[in-house]
Design a protein around this ligand. Structure first.
Ligand code: GDP
Length: 351
């Protein structure tokens, strides 16, 4: 299983201080105490969302601070409460204590909220300290500090996009060219086939996981080397990207390549083969007279397949491809599965 992880620090807002003030009005001698309470500091929450696929955004920005509470003011004015901060995390994320690895929360469904750091209480103003015997108190409380905490987030990554195509058509080059970061690879069930996997970022908020489907050709569907778990992993892939080499020297027929791969894919896994698919003409920088590219364009038009033309060497077409993939993913529902969370032995303490 591929695990993405990030350590974040969350700081709730401090409470505002209570105020010491006395009423001063014309014709009201000895106005009583009127210092208002400080506002509550904002709390920090984590909330699960299905619009995120990775923890990548936390590498850009690992610190989160909620607003502090406003101080109390004279004339019994209560300080403003600090605004809460809600940080979205992908469904499937597990929050742990980094020191003990104790599980704090398991986001198993959309819309769950976990209070990560509680905002400090506001201090009371002197108006609250008045008693019959002590009518002009000069005491007010300071606000309580907000909680702060370090959290380790872990997420089992699922390949959103699976790459298919003949060997040497540029699959791993594409992944490394598009990848923003490489996730930690842990507990991999087989060692002979190193899958190539990368996290692709459109911006800080939007990212997805792209994985090569290794060894598709050469009898992969007979199960050689491919563990059941990896196959399951791929079955959760939502969109396929089919790369066809249009480089001049390859001397192959793009339409034939397409048919061969599709046939192989169906025998490998009909579920995987039935996924929505985008076509890619790869290595267009080396297309020469573009004969193969024209053939592929014609074929895709006739078959109603969406074609993107790219080069991982020059970078041509990569932005458009990224955006098209994101759009396709947004249109394609996620496949729910019971085992998305890690590790299985954990139990959600408060659900
Ligand atoms: P894979 O087997 O499908 O993963 O293919 P690779 O990514 O390993 O690429 C195979 C070969 O094609 C390598 O020598 C790459 O340097 C080369 N290659 C990959 N992408 C491009 C490209 O866009 N243009 C050119 N000219 N060569 C490329």
């Amino acid at each position: 299983m591929f695990i993405d992880e990030a350590t974040i620090r969350v700081f709730a807002g401090d409470g505002g201080n209570g105020c010491v003030a006395f009423r001063r009005e014309k014709f009201v001698p000895r106005g009583g105490p009127s210092g208002g309470d400080g506002g509550r500091g904002g709390s920090v929450y984590l909330e699960s969302s299905e619009n995120l696929n990775t923890l990548l955004k936390f590498r850009y920005n690992p610190e989160f601070r909620a607003e502090r509470g406003g101080h109390g003011e004279g004339s019994d004015c209560h300080g403003r409460d600090g605004e809460d901060l809600v940080i979205t995390v992908p469904v499937g994320t597990v929050a742990l204590d980094p020191a003990t690895r104790e599980m704090l929360w398991d986001f198993s469904a959309v819309g769950q909220r976990f209070l990560a750091a509680r905002g400090g209480r506001g201090g009371r103003g002197n108006a609250r300290f008045a008693t019959s015997t002590h009518q002009a108190p000069r005491t007010a409380e300071p606000g309580q500090p907000g909680e702060k905490r370090e959290l380790l987030l872990e997420l089992k990554l699922l390949a959103d996009v699976g790459l298919v195509g003949f060997p040497n058509v540029g699959k791993s080059s594409l992944i490394s060219r598009l990848s923003a970061a490489r996730p930690r690879i842990a507990d991999y069930p087989f060692t002979t086939l190193e899958p190539c996997l990368g996290v692709v970022a459109l911006d800080e908020e939007r990212s997805f996981v792209m994985a090569d489907i290794p060894g598709l050709i050469a009898g992969a569907h007979e199960g050689r080397g491919l563990g059941d778990r990896f196959l399951k992993h791929l079955e959760r892939t939502r969109v396929l990207l089919h790369l066809i080499d249009v480089a001049e020297h390859s001397g192959r027929d793009p339409v034939e390549d397409y048919a061969t791969i599709m046939k192989e894919l169906v025998s490998f896994s009909p579920t995987v083969a039935a996924k929505p698919m985008l076509m890619v003409a790869s290595r267009v920088d080396a297309a020469g007279d573009s004969h193969r590219l024209f053939t592929l364009r014609e074929f895709c038009r006739a078959e109603g397949l969406e074609l993107y033309e790219i080069s991982s060497v020059t970078g041509e077409g990569l932005e458009e491809l990224k955006r098209a993939l994101w759009k396709k993913l947004a249109e394609t529902p996620k496949i729910p599965a019971a085992d998305d969370r890690i590790p299985a032995t954990f139990r959600n303490p408060t659900l």
